[in-house]
Design a binder for this molecule. Structure first.
Ligand code: G6P
Length: 608
């Protein structure tokens, strides 16, 4: 989720690189840097913070070079700092590289390189990659990149320059987008076409496994096996604004649609099939510590609190460890009891929410081991907890959280399997559960294809003033989250309830003006949920059901049905929330609401 731009041509590179970075700042903004190739070799300048900080750092220096690479970072390994910012170089500063993505096997590569005498000055996976390229370099940069990448597992989009080959830039992609912009007497490489569109509309999108050798007058594409690829040149016709939002009307819609991808990132390198056990090294807990956890307290606010509730169901059932989920704002002021061997988990997209941070400090003070499940690398919670797991969902711009939520639930799913395996879950059961998780991103993709169907349902109900959301078991928190999404962005009053509680109050509200969204999946309480649907229908209510694919009964009970694929019962929230996010989005869009910045809300609440 970082931004890459590279330039080789006859103009001064610096203004072009900085303008490109500014265009991509929405993708990541915790540090930035540039590297030039020129008569004095490779020259790198970096700064921690937004791109303005890099501009300050460069101010007053003359940079005449006509080729360079630049990067704006959204940290995944190592906190945001000047040192960890890209570009990275080998120790001798002969090769510089910018990278998006995650190199999964960087630990083992680093160990092997250290044996060959290579030294490292940062914590990043990227420095390992540039050193590997330097290790292979003889006299051909493209060949060195190709050989290095054949050793790499993971996702990358990279641009590389080498002091011995001025005028040459090498770019490669696997899972992280990269495009070549083809100009007259100049060529560009970028992770995002918004960075090059001011200069050229002719572009070539690289495919996974492709490597491009780019000079000012030419570009040549090969694959990892060194076979030549014929480039497919496209002429871009859409606007810059459309591009930043990936062609979507709003960042929220883009982020909803990114979830298949972000969920893949959340599990990347973390699922160990052979042992049926997820690998969550950042927890910093030894096996005996994991085994002796007596209680888990999850504390959070807003959407993150909802994912914590889902975690409670998953951890208690799979690991049989008691879990308590607390609003952070309540936890800190109520003299909580924290028994020995308690683990406190602070759940936060931003890692900066004031109440969650304060609750975590309170727990730490009381002697609990503190963990963070956080999206923003290097944020306060990530720094101050004893360990944790990053969710890797990339920058979330829309105020209403979507992709950060599903990644949190995915991390909790992995954590519950891990804790289960430390107790009674067999390796066979672990393998089966991991297999379910592995399939989730594809299943999310399938659900997203129903966008138009969900929009049609939104058309019917967007003028309603009240909504009720019902779910049971692990899908009760999903009902809460579905209602919250609708409230946040459409300003419609919505409430989430455990389905069976409806008869103890909310049923009084039901009439033909009250749409009821029911998560009615094929599980052990399915029949009971159907009874609830009948009760709503008997009072003239309208029912939108989220149902399991293959359920032939539900269509005759509900007014509208959105089907989701089957998965392991405890993992269904990863799927059932997707239609609810889309429903809230389309209703808000039809009501003409400010979706990305809803009134009165803030993305990150850093005050009490
Ligand atoms: C704010 C946001 C919510 C978010 C909550 C917790 O209220 O508007 O979308 O869920 O903060 O944020 P965190 O960054 O701690 O997950």
């Amino acid at each position: 989720m970082c931004g890459i731009i590279g330039y080789v041509g006859d103009k001064q590179a610096l203004p072009i690189l900085l303008a490109g970075l500014r265009r991509m700042e929405y993708r990541g903004y915790d540090s930035a840097g540039v590297a030039f190739n020129g008569p004095f070799g490779v020259h790198v300048r970096k700064a921690s913070g937004k791109i303005a900080k890099l501009e300050e750092e460069l101010d007053g220096h003359e940079y005449e070079q006509t080729e360079g690479i630049a990067h704006t970072r959204w940290a995944t390994h190592g906190p945001p700092s000047q040192l960890n910012a890209h570009p990275h170089t080998d120790a001798a500063s002969t090769i510089a590289l910018v990278h998006n993505g995650i190199i999964e096997n960087y630990h083992s590569l680093r160990k092997a390189l250290e044996k060959h005498g290579r030294t490292f000055s940062t914590d990043t996976d990227t420095e390992v990659l540039v050193c590997l390229i330097a290790e292979y370099y003889k006299d051909n940069l493209t060949e060195a990149v190709r050989l290095a990448l054949s050793q790499v597992e993971g996702a990358y989009g990279i641009a590389v320059i080498c002091e011995k080959e001025p005028g040459v830039m090498v770019a490669a992609r696997n899972g992280s987008p990269l495009v070549i912009g083809h100009g007259d007497g100049e060529n560009f490489v970028a992770s995002d076409i918004s960075a090059v569109l001011n200069y050229t509309k002719r572009v070539v999108f690289l495919d996974d496994g492709e490597i491009a050798t780019v000079t000012r007058d030419s570009y040549k594409i090969t694959n990892i096996d060194n076979a030549s690829i014929t480039p497919h040149v496209e002429e871009i016709t859409y606007s810059l604004d459309q591009i930043e939002k990936g062609g979507y009307e709003h960042f929220m819609l883009k982020e909803i649609h990114e979830q298949a991808h972000t969920l893949r990132d959340a599990i990347r390198g973390r699922l160990n099939f052979e042992e049926g056990m997820p690998r969550l090294n950042g927890l910093n807990l030894q096996v005996d510590q994991l085994r002796t956890i007596d209680r888990i307290i999850i504390s959070a606010c807003g959407t993150s609190w909802h994912s914590g509730l889902i975690g409670e169901y998953m951890i208690e059932e799979l690991a049989r460890v008691p879990v308590e989920v607390e609003y952070a704002s309540e936890f800190r002021y109520r003299s909580p009891i924290i028994p020995p061997n308690s683990v406190f988990i602070a759940m936060s997209q931003s890692g900066e929410t004031a109440d969650t941070l304060a609750a975590m400090r309170e727990a730490k003070h009381s002697g609990a081991t503190t963990l963070g499940i956080v999206n923003v690398v290097g944020s306060c919670i990530a720094r101050e907890t004893d360990g944790g797991v990053y969710t890797h969902s990339g920058p979330e711009i829309g105020v209403a959280s979507t992709k950060a939520f599903t990644s949190q639930v995915m991390v909790l799913s992995m954590m519950s399997i891990l804790l289960g395996r430390m107790r009674d879950l067999s390796s066979q059961q672990g393998m089966e559960l991991i297999d379910y998780l592995q399939n989730i991103p594809d299943q999310v993709e399938q659900i997203l294809q129903q966008d138009e169907h969900i929009k049609d349902i939104a058309e019917v109900y967007h003028k309603s003033n009240n909504f009720l959301y019902l779910g049971r078991g692990v899908n009760f928190p999903v009902a809460l989250e579905g209602a919250l999404k609708l409230k946040e962005i459409s300003y419609i009053h919505a409430e989430g309830y455990p389905a069976a509680e409806m008869k103890h109050g909310p049923i009084a509200l039901i009439d033909e003006n009250m749409p009821v969204v029911v998560i009615a999946l094929k599980d052990m309480v399915y029949d009971k949920v159907i009874t609830g649907i009948n009760q709503v229908k008997a009072r003239g209510g309208r029912v939108i059901a989220i149902a399991t694919e293959g359920d032939t009964e539900i269509a005759s009970q509900a007014d509208h049905v959105i089907y989701i694929p089957a998965t392991y019962r405890l993992f269904t929230p990863l799927l059932s929330i997707i239609p609810l996010q889309l429903l809230a989005y389309h209703i808000a869009a039809l009501r003409g609401c400010e979706i990305d910045q809803p009134r009165n809300l803030a993305k990150s609440v850093t005050v009490e």
